[in-house]
Ligand binder design. Structure first.
Ligand SMILES: [Zn+2]
Length: 189
């Protein structure tokens, strides 16, 4: 008898908990939906604001273009900058975007434009430094770190380098990105 009562009690408790749980989840869902709607409303407002704003900004003659490319295969990000060419001067954001369809415009101001893209490739700035006839040679590597050929010779002689540097150069020193290459070469000079 006691067992039956306890059983019923627990069943009721379980049922009650379930009811509470389902009510809570409904309540949560409702509030999530409400939030999403609020976000959408906010987004729509932002978009209107941005496009209204963008139409007023024009590229100045001394504007700087910053290109940032993420190479998916090796994970390196390569950044370059250049001054705008004269035919881009006075363009607004929408017209500019038509000229650079592959790029994501992350920032557009009259003095500076930040562009970004992701490429399914390696950055082609993978090098191997090796001793070649007493000088440091820069060799190109493919995406699998295989030497594909001489990029260029430097005028840095290897005869004054430390024992460790020489040993490393005999095995080949792998350097990625031009920025790191320049830093490494400066260390050897
Ligand atoms: Zn790379």
């Amino acid at each position: 008898m006691l067992g039956f009562i306890t059983g019923t009690y627990f069943y009721k408790l379980h049922y009650l908990n379930k009811t509470i749980a389902s009510n809570t989840s409904v309540a949560n869902q409702t509030s999530i939906v409400t939030n999403t709607q609020a976000d959408n409303a906010l987004d729509a407002g932002d978009v209107t604001f941005i496009s209204a704003n963008a139409s007023g900004i024009k590229i100045s003659p001394d504007c700087k273009l910053n290109f940032k490319t993420l190479y998916m295969v090796c994970g390196h990000t390569i950044e370059t900058s250049e001054k705008v060419s004269s035919e881009l001067v006075n363009l607004d954001e929408d017209t500019f975007k038509v000229r650079y369809p592959d790029w994501q415009v992350q920032n557009f101001s009259s003095g500076e434009i930040d562009l970004y893209k992701e490429v399914d490739d390696y950055c082609r700035q993978h090098y191997m430094l090796m001793d070649s006839d007493g000088y440091i040679g820069i060799y190109d590597l493919d995406k699998d770190d295989k030497v594909v050929g001489l990029n260029r010779m430097t005028d840095i002689p290897t005869e004054y380098l430390t024992e460790t540097d020489l040993l490393n150069l005999q095995q080949g020193i792998k350097v990625c990105t031009d920025a790191n290459l320049n830093r490494t070469l400066e260390d050897f000079q």
